[in-house]
Design a protein around this ligand. Structure first.
Ligand SMILES: Nc1nc2c(c(=O)[nH]1)N[C@H]1C(S)=C(S)[C@@H](COP(=O)(O)OP(=O)(O)OC[C@H]3O[C@@H](n4cnc5c(=O)[nH]c(N)nc54)[C@H](O)[C@@H]3O)O[C@H]1N2
Ligand SMILES: Nc1nc2c(c(=O)[nH]1)N[C@H]1C(S)=C(S)[C@@H](COP(=O)(O)OP(=O)(O)OC[C@H]3O[C@@H](n4cnc5c(=O)[nH]c(N)nc54)[C@H](O)[C@@H]3O)O[C@H]1N2
Ligand SMILES: [Mo]
Length: 774
């Protein structure tokens, strides 16, 4: 077990692998091949070998995402291919699912052999490598060990502690976006029956901006497109997404789009692998002949935070064209369905090209080239992910995406619309089923009616404010329903301290992670079944449901033997915590757990769009939640789609400063690091790195692989540093820097979150990069 993570010993040298495995010299290996294909096949092979389970893992691939049964791939929220029999899976989905299926176990011998202080010195990768958790554990401060505890005693401790709080608002209930719809529904019911809306979730760091912007603009917090639309679009804009690594099945769609002659425009300061070529993984002929298909027709590299200006420029170009040819815009659509068009047209006219160039970092010719593609396409989809949402002006930018789409009627017609690419496989379903710290009145009224409870009406705490509340002592209990909060959250050292401040921390997890090691005065680890595992209850084997990025709700059924006979399902753990906390509750907790159909029966009454839930979810592909904006029904105050009039932000860093975006490598899943390589970006054995433009490096007297310190400048004037990182030249605009999460979360100041979305600015840190002081 290699060197200590830097946050536990600030003077120790930073391991090159960061939170990943250490070992091997850091090096560059430029990637000049198509994405997916044999490189991916080789990488999958390695992971399967590491999972020591080639046979059942191979069988697993044949049931993942399959139309009749099988489990939903936990890898991402990209929808399943509806055209039937073609297997739709990807390298990273397989890695992700097999990581859960490891034969290694972190059982009682493991915890007897290692104190928590010792485990604190292990890199995060090694904690997860310990294997699956197999039974409930409780922290013993006397010996500094986690020790086995019975489920009954664990639930009693949760119940006593929650009942003993001065107010339900002193407890926090975090959700990571893998939780099934059924478990989510029970969880929020428990939390609201207990009396708080303190339901922070990973979405607060992810797509909160998209939800808020789309709700304001088109009256629904979700995208409007489906896979058929993706298949019929004339132009696809891909903004701020690393699709090859994070939504690999999207690459197949981009290759298909290219082949049918559609335009695929990539907007990203860093030219990602998705902008190049791919070998479509399930096309065995192409695999055999190395035949690659291009996946992009135009690359634009705005500066970090420059997207709003680019989009406004596209709108300006379209409106200029409309002066000569009125057909450049969809006048009928604008008149019938939208509000605020005249003011938006005036705003675009009044914004000089010079300002748009300065703010976007692009020339007007480049912006016009994108505008021409837009004008030349009848059906256009704009998709986006964290490069857009984790910005100060994330909400304004998503609204500008909608503005641009509205100009040409690109909403509510085939092949067109806004398309946020969601992250966790069920993060969208979590929101639909009630994980929301700001629930609206209609939702609460309906929940009250269907479940006979009196839910609290005041908004609860989101992720950022939950951390402040733990730090100040206002919040005393943290329950994590999946995830790895201390690593995923901003301001690592501050968040760790906040977590340690709690009277009780409870983590419902599949594998050991940092959030178990950094814990409250009392701490429980409650291990649960994973998505691949059989869930047997009183009424027999159970399925759960999930909702993908495109609002399709379908069943997922695990088939593997559970990692241990002592694991409980997430619904069972939630129901038992609820019973222990609310002994007199009239909610039939035990009955819900016995047969998840009963949970779905209640959800049918409590949630909009879930009519005949049990029947419809059993259809071949489940069902699609109705999306009014798709039918041009806009549930906004005006009853129309609303243009927004955001001021143009200035995203340029000050003199000598850089703007840093934190991103994922190809070989990680959020806080889970599989290896310290990043194949498509050509990096080996290195995670503590920062990519810079070669001129920015030269200006600082730096060459490739030099050691540097990175210091972030918070809005409140405080500074945070990481030391002994390596710098690498990359094709990035000047003034931009890119490095990896979650290592660089140490640099994200808790107080620096967007005033529009409350999302931490994980893609817009102001930093200095200088040669290492040591
Ligand atoms: N294999 C794998 N799959 C995953 C995940 C994973 O960790 N591993 N995570 C899942 C989750 S929870 C999520 S939310 C998604 C995340 O999916 P992504 O959003 O792809 O995640 P990031 O790695 O953060 O990459 C953000 C991209 O935005 C670009 N970018 C940075 N700043 C800007 C900007 O100002 N403008 C533009 N246009 N682009 C910018 C970066 O160069 C990078 O390509 O993926 C999901 N899928
Ligand atoms: N700097 C920076 N920080 C970021 C981001 C960024 O781009 N930059 N991205 C943010 C985003 S988009 C997100 S979504 C968050 C992610 O935040 P989280 O969702 O909190 O983190 P994950 O790494 O996805 O959680 C991994 C853990 O989940 C547990 N787990 C896995 N499967 C299951 C299961 O089936 N059930 C249960 N109960 N537990 C399970 C395992 O114990 C594993 O260790 O991070 C955010 N943090
Ligand atoms: Mo996410």
């Amino acid at each position: 077990m290699t060197s200590a993570p830097r946050d536990h010993d600030p003077d120790a040298p930073t391991p090159a692998g960061g939170y990943g495995p250490s070992g091997g010299e850091p090096s560059r290996e430029p990637y000049e091949h198509p994405t997916a294909g044999w490189g991916a096949a080789k990488s999958v092979g390695k992971v399967l070998a590491r999972a020591k389970e080639p046979v059942s893992s191979t069988r697993l691939m044949t049931v993942m995402n399959h139309e009749d049964g099988g489990f939903d791939c936990p890898g991402c929220a990209w929808p399943d291919d509806l055209h039937g029999l073609k297997l739709d899976l990807c390298e990273n989905g397989i890695k992700h699912a097999t990581w859960e299926m490891t034969p290694d176990r972190a059982g009682k011998e493991f915890f007897a052999a290692h104190t928590v202080s010792e485990l604190a010195t292990w890199p995060d990768h090694d904690l997860e490598r310990a294997g699956r958790l197999v039974g409930p554990l409780s922290y013993d401060p006397e010996t500094d060990h986690y020790v086995p505890v019975s489920w009954q005693r664990a639930f009693a401790l949760v119940g006593e502690t929650l009942r003993g709080l001065g107010s339900p608002h002193e407890a926090l209930f975090y959700t990571s976006g893998r939780l099934s719809n059924e478990a989510t529904f029970l969880y929020q019911l428990f939390v609201r029956e207990y009396g708080t809306n303190n339901l922070p979730d990973c979405s607060n760091m992810c797509h909160e901006a998209s939800g808020r912007a789309l709700t304001a603009a088109i009256g629904t917090g979700k995208g409007t497109v489906d896979l058929n639309d993706i298949d019929t679009a004339d132009a696809l804009f891909v903004m701020g997404v690393n699709a090859a690594s994070n939504a690999p099945r999207m690459i197949t769609a981009l290759a298909d789009a290219y082949r049918r002659g559609a335009q695929v425009v990539h907007v990203n300061p860093l030219v990602e692998a998705a902008a190049g070529r791919t070998i479509v993984p399930h096309e065995f002929g192409a695999m055999a002949t190395f035949k690659a298909t291009p996946t992009g027709t135009l690359n634009l590299q705005p500066r970090i935070g420059g997207d709003l200006a680019l989009l406004r420029g596209i709108a300006k170009h379209v409106l200029e064209a409309a002066e000569k040819d009125p057909k450049a815009i969809d006048e009928e659509f604008l008149a019938r369905f939208t509000e605020g068009f005249d003011a938006y047209r005036d705003l675009c006219a009044a914004t000089p090209w010079e300002d748009l160039e300065a703010a976007s970092g692009l020339t007007r010719e480049e912006i016009r080239a994108a505008g021409d593609i837009y004008l030349g396409s009848f059906r256009t989809i704009i998709s986006w992910c964290l490069g857009i949402t984790q910005q100060e002006h994330g909400v304004d930018t998503v609204r500008e995406i909608v503005n641009v789409l509205l100009l040409r009627g690109n909403i509510g017609r085939e092949g067109a619309g806004p398309c946020p690419i969601r992250g966790h496989s069920n993060v969208q379903g979590n929101r639909t089923c009630g994980v929301d710290h700001r629930p609206n009145k209609e939702f609460l009224d309906r929940l009250a009616e269907a479940c006979g409870i009196d839910p609290p009406r005041e908004p609860g705490l989101d992720t950022v404010h939950a951390i402040s509340a733990m730090a100040s002592g206002e919040a005393k209990v943290f329950v994590g329903m999946g995830g790895n909060f201390v690593r995923a959250a901003p301001d690592t050292e501050f968040t760790e301290q906040a977590m340690r401040n709690c009277a009780l921390t409870v983590q419902v997890s599949t594998k050991l992670n940092r959030s178990h090691i950094v814990h409250g005065r009392r701490a429980l680890i409650l291990p649960c079944l994973g998505r691949t595992e059989r869930d047997l209850q009183e009424a027999g084997e159970q399925s759960v449901s999930v909702e993908d990025s495109m609002s399709m709700v379908h069943l997922s059924r695990g088939m593997k033997r559970p990692a241990s006979p002592h694991l409980l399902s997430e619904p069972a753990i939630i129901a038992a915590m609820a019973r222990a906390t609310l002994p007199g509750s009239a909610t039939p907790w035990e009955s819900y757990v016995g047969d998840y159909d009963r949970i779905r029966d209640t959800m049918e009454h409590a949630l909009a769009g879930f009519e005949a839930f049990n029947r419809r979810v059993r259809g071949p592909h489940g069902f699609r939640l109705r999306q009014p904006a798709r039918e041009r029904i806009f549930q906004t105050p005006s009853g129309r789609a609303e243009f927004s009039l955001a001021a143009l932000p200035d995203p340029t860093p000050g003199a000598g400063l850089l703007t840093l975006a934190t991103v994922r490598s190809h070989d990680q899943w959020n806080t889970t690091i599989y290896s310290s390589d990043d194949r498509y970006r050509g990096v080996r054995n290195l995670r503590t790195l920062v990519f810079l433009n070669a001129d920015d490096m030269r200006e600082r007297g730096l060459s490739d692989l030099d050691h540097v310190d990175i210091t972030s400048l918070a809005k409140d004037g405080t500074r945070r540093s990481v030391r002994d990182y390596r710098v690498l030249a990359y094709d990035l605009p000047r003034g931009c820097a890119i490095g990896y999460m979650p290592e660089l979360n140490s640099l994200c100041p808790l107080g620096d979150y967007s005033a529009q979305s409350d999302q931490p600015l994980m893609k817009h840190l102001t930093v200095e990069v200088a040669a290492c002081a040591r």
